[in-house]
Design a protein around this ligand. Structure first.
Ligand SMILES: [Zn+2]
Length: 697
């Protein structure tokens, strides 16, 4: 039986209160709200009426009540703040469902522990044609170069490949190496692998595009296996108030998984897949992705619109794999390069544009970005202004001049990667490579707003700072250009701080413009005729101090007029399984009360979506997990409800004051938090939470 939420009660009461009017009909009416519409012509409203998944009236209570009939559900917002559902234009949700459906290594901290887990998984899944796994941490193996023989010893008969935490290298066995067919191939800046010093043979670590050679030779994970994992990941986004996302790199089987969910009516967000073209972990060859794109309509279902292509201009300045205008700060005379020859970009942009597919291009370095701008311009000259959208993604080092040049290209939009503030891991990754001056000039979001180029935001989840998405945290950081959890850190390019309205635009109407085609007429604002996507928040984001914005919680998420997330209802489904201290030795090391405080404090901060300066976790690319590592984390969570904003992968963090580590593990669908002492001994079991088992009634 479904729990009756207070929300549902309000609904009953009001159905009785308002009799039918002869005006337009509606399915649902929301009254008494503070509705920020993101519609310039009517920025604020009190009420909306929804019919057949669209807004049919937006205005005062009196206006909207005219749409009430006997069958209309009337929902009293009680003065709550409402805004359009949010759009993230660069994520990897579909891709993460593949990770979740395969081996996840719970303890990646030693070679022995990892081998044990791989062996156990392989034995438990004899039917699998190969073992695909996540993830080994950088720093565990000498030179980050694990060996094939170690895997051969436990799984000799099937290919095994285990991605590293960055996804830019994989540990493989001999069977997998056979499939990658490296004999006779020469290494270059894309196809890279480690070799045995004595034999010259591949030694078991393959990098970048070499991984795609292997993936192309393997059967994909069955979409039916991915669908339930995808549903859970989408729920994380619903809980954070996202109603649409663009998948930056999709494959046939992941899109098919979304189609499967959609056909069952269980896909609770709009998905805009961009097909992987020449991706370093993509399984499609250049010709295959061209063929799939030509066939994109086959994969279109009501909530899935796979009309985009994702290409890489470059890697990242942090790994010196981007083209820069000026030399790298830490390598004199070296400027890097783009991933493929310039002419290939022009040729393939033209090909996909002619087919009517939008283009999403990952461009990190300013030099790489410059080449992509040229290629976009050349493509428009060759193909004409045909209305097919172009999406210049990340824009981290994109200069003001480049933004101006981009703004002159038709149907263009940019997204800003949510690295808009100083964070120890980000700074450590980028600042040495590009130097402080260029670092202080990145993410020129304000300039984009001023010159009127449409812009959205892309969290790049899960390879992001926050392991769970939190749009309010990101908006706060775009407004302050400071780390919301550590305001003591210096600001980053604060001259480019946005207003809150401009930040909201990036996640709403700006996102819709980024989707291009006719989506700006259908999404991104609360307006008559648009699709009824909205979110109800626990606070008025324009009334609170800006440094509290990241604490905002989403109470309800509505897609197509349907409630897809109700926080009260979700939290009522959770139970705390166990909260106990299991290791009394703790008393010797630290006062138990102190640790409890630490734990409570951490949980409390987790519940408000933060962990401050004292955080380390293992999913940020390049973030080491040593005790010295200080990186940051965490999205909208609450002690009871965090399960609905759980991270994609296991995480660790540490408190630098006490040197205690806390680990969040998800095992058998129970969320378990542990604390470790500085020697790595488990000292406290903090919390175990799971969804209540279903009862028959
Ligand atoms: Zn990405």
């Amino acid at each position: 039986m479904k729990t009756m939420s207070p929300f549902a009660l309000t609904l009953l009461v009001f159905t009785a209160l308002f009799p039918a009017f002869a005006h337009g009909q509606s399915d649902t009416i929301y009254l008494n709200g503070k509705i920020y519409t993101v519609n310039e012509a009517q920025p604020w409203a009190e009420a909306v009426a929804i019919k057949d998944g669209k807004f049919v009236a937006v205005g005062s209570n009196a206006d909207v009540k005219k749409h009430n009939t006997d069958t209309t559900k009337v929902i009293d917002l009680g003065g709550k703040f409402v805004m359009p559902g949010m759009i993230d234009v660069h994520t990897h949700v579909l891709a993460t469902s593949v990770d979740k459906a395969n081996l996840f290594i719970e303890d990646p901290n030693s070679k022995e522990a990892m081998l044990e887990q791989i062996k156990t998984f392989a034995e438990a899944n004899p039917e699998l044609p190969y073992i695909r796994g996540l993830q080994w941490n950088l720093g565990v193996f000498e030179n980050n170069s694990p060996r094939k023989e170690w895997l051969d010893a436990i799984v000799p008969d099937r290919p095994v490949y285990i991605y590293s935490q960055t996804g830019h290298e994989a540990w493989v066995n001999s069977k997998a190496l056979e499939l990658a067919k490296l004999e006779g191939r020469k290494q270059d800046n894309l196809y890279i692998w480690d070799v045995d010093e004595k034999t010259g043979e591949p030694s078991g670590t393959i990098k970048e595009y070499t991984m795609s050679l292997l993936e192309q030779a393997l059967e994909p994970t069955v979409p039916g296996k991915l669908a339930p994992e995808l549903a859970k990941l989408v729920e994380t986004f619903s809980a954070a108030g996202f109603t649409s996302f663009k998948e930056a790199g999709a494959e046939v089987w992941t899109v098919t998984a979304a189609n499967i969910l959609d056909r069952k009516g269980e896909l609770n967000a709009r998905v805009f897949p961009a097909w992987f073209h020449l991706g370093h972990i993509g399984a499609m060859t250049r010709e295959e992705s061209k063929a799939v794109a030509a066939d994109w309509k086959k994969y279109k279902t009501p909530m899935v619109y796979p009309r985009y292509i994702k290409m890489y201009a470059d890697g990242s300045p942090s790994s010196h794999s981007s083209l820069l205008f000026e030399d790298y700060a830490d390598r004199q005379g070296f400027k890097g390069s783009i991933s493929f020859p310039y002419d290939l970009y022009v040729e393939d942009f033209c090909y996909f544009n002619k087919l009517g597919l939008g283009m999403l291009v990952h461009a990190f370095g300013d030099g790489s970005g410059g080449k992509m701008i040229e290629a976009f311009e050349e493509m428009r000259r060759l193909n004409g202004d045909n209305g097919i959208p172009l999406h210049y993604s990340h824009s981290v080092m994109t200069s003001k001049k480049q933004l101006e040049r981009l703004s002159k290209i038709s149907d263009i939009s940019v997204d800003f990667l949510t690295l808009q503030y100083q964070h120890p891991a980000v700074t450590a990754n980028f600042q040495p490579a590009i130097g402080e001056e260029r670092y202080q000039q990145w993410l020129n979001a304000k300039h984009a707003a001023e010159i009127g180029i449409p812009y959205g935001f892309g969290g790049d989840w899960p390879s992001a700072i926050l392991p769970v998405p939190n749009g309010f945290y990101e908006m706060q950081a775009f407004v302050t250009r400071k780390n919301p959890y550590d305001p003591g850190l210096p600001s980053l390019n604060v001259e480019q701080a946005l207003t809150l309205e401009q930040a909201v635009y990036g996640y709403t109407l700006g996102g819709a413009h980024n989707l291009g085609f006719d989506w700006p007429e259908k999404l991104g604002s609360i307006k008559e005729g648009k699709l009824a996507d909205l979110i109800v928040l626990d606070r008025d984001i324009f009334e609170i101090p800006i440094d509290e914005l990241h604490l905002t919680q989403v109470e309800h998420t509505v897609v197509n007029g349907r409630i897809v997330f109700d926080r009260d209802e979700k939290e009522a489904q959770l139970e705390i399984v166990d909260v106990e201290i299991t290791n009394k030795e703790l008393d010797n090391a630290v006062d138990a009360a102190d640790l409890n405080l630490l734990v409570e404090d951490e949980l409390d901060r987790v519940s408000r979506g933060c962990l401050g300066e004292s955080v380390s976790h293992d999913i940020h690319p390049g973030a080491p997990t040593t005790p010295e590592a200080i990186t940051l984390a965490f999205g909208t969570l609450s002690e009871k409800g965090y399960r609905y904003a759980r991270p994609a992968r296991e995480i660790y963090w540490e408190n630098t004051d006490s040197n205690y580590w806390i680990q969040w593990t998800i095992k058998d669908d129970v969320d378990i938090l542990f604390a470790y002492d500085p020697d790595g001994q488990k000292v406290v079991e903090v919390l175990r939470v799971r969804e209540k088992p279903a009862t028959n009634n």
